[in-house]
Design a binder for this molecule. Sequence first.
Ligand code: DHB
Ligand code: FE
Length: 279
Amino acid sequence: MGRIIGGLGSPHAPAVGAAVDRHDEDSAYWKPLFDGYKPMRAWLERERPDVCILFSNDHFTSFFLDVIPTFALGVAGTHEIADEGWGRRALPPVPGDTELGWHLARSLVEEGFDPAVCHRMPLDHGCLAPLSALFPWEPAWPVRVIPILVNVLHFPIPTPARCFELGRAVGRAVASYEDDVKVVVLGTGGLSHQLTGERFGFINPHWDAEFLDRLERDPESLAALGHRDYIERGGSESVEVILWLAMRGTLAKRVRCVHRNYYHATLTGYGQVVFENVG
Ligand code: DHB
Ligand code: FE
């Protein structure tokens, strides 16, 4: 049987991947974030998940204005490293899990979710920034990754409630998988940030703290909010925290937060969590 052993939350800003590539983890600017990854890496090394289901979004890399899937499920056996315009990062391709990926596809469609099933979906910073901060990749990535990309860029985007329900459906799909696999679920992005317009640079640490509290204890109340609520509280791009709601939806009603970190960086409120299932 598939088993979800926990849920992680991580930023996915491209600057995080660039800091990894420059070995800049201990600089004054980056240390508050990368110190927050240390317990997460230790947790992953201890728990050794077989598969990581990764909720992120494409940033006009694999999809553009001609085709924007609301939900895109990557079932490839290997995921390519995308070139986002300045060359590919020097990372090996990321292994996928076609069998579990197709099981998710079948199960989600049966439950009324209709993801675009993607055989080729190169991964951009939305996936690679958090993966490269959380996992070693030499000589090879230690985990198979199933990306589920949610459109959070181009309205209409799915509601917070829909993303939470998607997470629940993914949780049930993993539980109905017949092979014994240990699965970790990773929600990425956020927290507060606004990269455009009059409120460029807006960050709201008080809301970010409240969001993380409620994500742990009362995610239904977050699922009940609308996009405007998130945008007002955390800035326009913070609406991508619906990816964290999808992660939370895969977990049990009660979770234990075994790690939490917050770093108010220049443009983004970076949050990190590890949740374990309680029941
Ligand atoms: C940036 C991009 C992102 O996708 C994000 O979530 C945060 C920051 C950026 O370009 O700085
Ligand atoms: Fe993003």
